[in-house]
Design a protein around this ligand. Structure first.
Ligand code: HEM
Ligand code: CU
Length: 667
């Protein structure tokens, strides 16, 4: 990507510009950062726990006696209200303790943050401590999201191993039915949350601002808020595992969920809080991409990853509130005795299912679209070829954003809600495979006749292409009403969405993490160990879910503890496959941890890539660019003779600058 120096040609820092532009600075009160200097994750957790305890105690004076677990319907309502208030107190108390409200409170008190305060909040000169604080630097927030995603995948993966252990042990029952139910539901929702943040969180936050030539996100403090809200949101979900769990699957259908154990309250508070976190993150990503692009970066020069992240954020922004409402109404029915979903009092369970799936389906594209966009960034670098068609890629994303909101009823063909609507939704569902096909076409077109440089990120492209085709084709089968009449609720459906969410989403995210690892961690990723882990997991994945397709075709229902012996063989094979996934993922995780801790230092541009994030130093300075770049061409001019195009192996010296216009001081 051609770039030249911007306004800050003479290396002026933001502070100097403020002075020159005479930006009035509020007086500095005390040390930079003020109250937030004393806040971190520990003060957050303590403040959250204390708030929860106080609210529980006060509540137990008025609602139900301290320590009540559950009994009659009347007491149940009081108990639900008590725990809803306790979990809410945890979230608000934690956010206060980590310092999330310091900025707005100071503003209200007329003591707005100074430049020094902002620099402190950005984590300047704080070393590793900044990762445990309410830090606004997008690179820190991106790293925090990466660690959170890894933790959630570890929890979701462990639960998956337990599920497969139960299904593989056909001769006995390993877990109690109630606990097994909650493992399935918790596995599902934990993995969904992990997948939603997997790329938009780490890479969206760390890489996108640099990729568009900006110094930070549009709203740095909101950025930190979105991450710490996610942190606070996860705790009630984990707690719910010990409060009877989520007994009715990740979709927590009504009216079952209104009668389920207290764990359901934890789930509801988690989703309500998580929806705020994703909403804030989506607004931030979209505003950053629209308003913070480097000079010269016109829309047709915006890297495709950024376009994919915008598309995914738009879908999240539109549809996530549906999920939030669905749970807020469920909570209200349990704690305040309303009857939104209670047919006996004029409510409707179909209202719940519609609200849930209005998010439930677009959510799969919130996962798959960023993964597809990331792989497009990777394929051009390792095929050394321009992207097959930038326009078709953008059309694919736009098509998915548009159609993804009008397909949700394919999850409700069998509910009896609106049989006459089934066929129009069958049509819209099949239509979405067209823009989805565009994304596959762009990858294949770029691979076609390219000079492949086979490194791990490129291997992920091949793996995801295979999984996408299997997931896509089986999706078309299921979108047909007659087929779904047979397949609905079977293991075939489970295998299909794993091929999409995990096969395309997770394996794509693994490729993206490896590709941007050097820029994010300033370390070189151990590709040998990583490849062993990746391909082991990939092989296990095929075995696990291909045999689940078979079990589904044989008629095996999902979410069952006991089943007919006819399904034994496919379940044994599937369980062995799952353990192989587990081993592969552990090896891959070991490669991440080991490389991050002690991998060789990474050069600024190990892939010889052209997007802006590779044109700045590694480790990336707090301001991202010593001097803001100005863009003069699109980012995919690969294969065009350019002596500057050599991968930075740290040995060969780059060509003299006048060859092509590049960011001054990047190297
Ligand atoms: C280690 C790999 C994984 C294995 C072995 C695995 C296995 C399973 C199995 C066997 C079920 C069905 C249980 C049943 O209905 O009887 C299931 C459900 C589910 N899985 Fe996974 N899974 C894995 C990874 C993932 C990933 C990465 C996602 C990403 C989103 C995911 C999302 C889900 C969801 C949403 C459900 C539905 C839960 C429900 O019915 O409420 N899984 N998984
Ligand atoms: Cu769907």
């Amino acid at each position: 990507m051609g770039a030249r120096n911007g306004r800050e040609e003479d290396g002026m820092s933001t502070a100097t510009i403020h002075e020159q532009l005479d930006v009035p600075q509020p007086p500095q009160h005390g040390n930079p950062g003020g109250f937030v200097r004393h806040c971190n994750i520990v003060t957050g957790v303590v403040s959250g726990l204390v708030s929860a305890l106080v609210v529980y105690w006060v509540g137990s004076l008025f609602l139900v006696p301290w320590g009540t677990t559950n009994s009659s319907t009347y007491v149940q309502a009081g108990l639900d209200a008590l725990w809803a208030a306790t979990f809410a107190a945890w979230v608000i108390g934690f956010m206060a303790g980590i310092g999330a409200f310091a900025g707005p409170i100071r503003w209200m008190l007329g003591r707005d943050l100074t430049h020094e305060d902002a620099e402190f909040l950005a984590g300047r000169d704080q070393g590793k401590a900044r990762f445990w604080r309410y830090t606004t630097d997008h690179k820190v927030v991106g790293t925090q999201y990466l660690v959170m995603a890894l933790l959630l995948f570890a929890l979701g993966g462990l639960l998956a191993m337990l599920i497969r252990t139960e299904l593989g042990a056909t001769w006995t029952e390993v877990f109690s039915p109630a606990f097994y139910n909650s493992i399935i539901g918790t596995h599902g929702i934990v993995m969904i949350i992990a997948m939603i943040i997997a790329i938009a969180g780490p890479i969206g936050n760390f890489i996108v601002p640099i990729m568009i030539g900006a110094r930070d996100m549009a709203f740095p403090r909101l950025n930190a808020l979105s991450f710490w809200l996610l942190f606070a949101a996860v705790i009630p979900l984990v707690a719910s595992l010990f409060m009877g769990g989520i007994q009715d699957g990740w979709s927590v259908y009504q009216p079952l969920s209104s009668q389920a154990p207290l764990g359901a309250i934890g789930y509801q508070i988690t989703i309500i809080t998580f929806a705020f976190s994703t909403g804030i993150a989506s607004v931030n990503l979209i505003t950053t991409a629209v308003t913070m692009r480097a000079k010269g970066m016109t829309w047709n020069r915006v890297p495709v990853l950024t376009v994919g992240i915008i598309a995914s954020s738009v879908m999240g922004l539109i549809w996530f509130p549906m999920f939030q409402y669905s749970q807020a109404l469920a909570l209200s029915d349990r704690a305040f005795g309303t009857s939104f979903y209670n047919p006996a009092d004029g409510g409707s369970v179909w209202l719940y299912e519609n609200l849930f799936w209005l998010l439930g389906h677009p959510e799969v594209y919130v996962v798959v679209v960023p993964a597809s966009a990331a792989l497009m960034e990777i394929v051009v670098v390792f095929m050394r070829k321009p992207l097959f068609s930038y326009r078709i890629a953008v059309a694919g994303f736009a098509g998915i954003v548009g159609i993804s909101g009008i397909v949700w009823v394919h999850h409700m063909y069998m509910t009896g809600w609106a049989p006459s609507a089934n066929y129009p939704f069958m049509l819209s569902t099949e239509l979405i495979s067209i823009p989805f096909g565009f994304l596959v076409l762009v990858l294949l077109g770029t691979i076609w006749r390219g000079r492949v440089w086979t490194r791990l990120p490129m291997m992920c492209v091949y793996a995801v292409l295979w999984n996408k085709v299997i997931g896509g084709i089986t999706g078309v089968y299921l979108s047909d009403v007659p087929v779904d009449q047979y397949m609905h609720g079977s293991m075939f459906v489970v295998a299909h969405f794993h091929f999409m969410l995990m096969g395309a989403g997770l394996f794509g995210a693994m490729g993206a993490i490896v590709y941007w690892f050097p820029k994010m961690t300033a370390r070189t990723f151990d590709e040998r160990l990583g490849s062993i882990g990746f391909w082991t997991a990939f092989a296990g994945f095929q075995v696990t879910f291909m045999s689940m397709f078979v079990a589904g075709l044989q008629g095996m229902p999902r979410r069952v503890l006991q089943f007919d012996n006819a399904f034994n063989i496919s379940n044994w094979i599937s369980t062995i496959g799952a353990y192989v996934i587990g081993i592969g993922m552990l090896i891959f995780l070991a490669a991440i941890i080991q490389s991050w801790r002690s991998g060789p230092k990474a050069p600024a541009n190990p892939w010889g890539a052209k997007t802006l994030e590779w044109q700045t130093q590694t480790p990336v300075p707090l301001e991202n660019f010593p001097v803001l770049p100005v863009v003069t061409s699109d980012p995919y001019g690969y294969g065009v003779p350019d002596p500057y195009d050599a991968p930075d192996d740290g040995k060969s010296t780059p060509a003299p600058k006048k060859a092509t216009k590049q960011t001054v001081g990047a190297k």
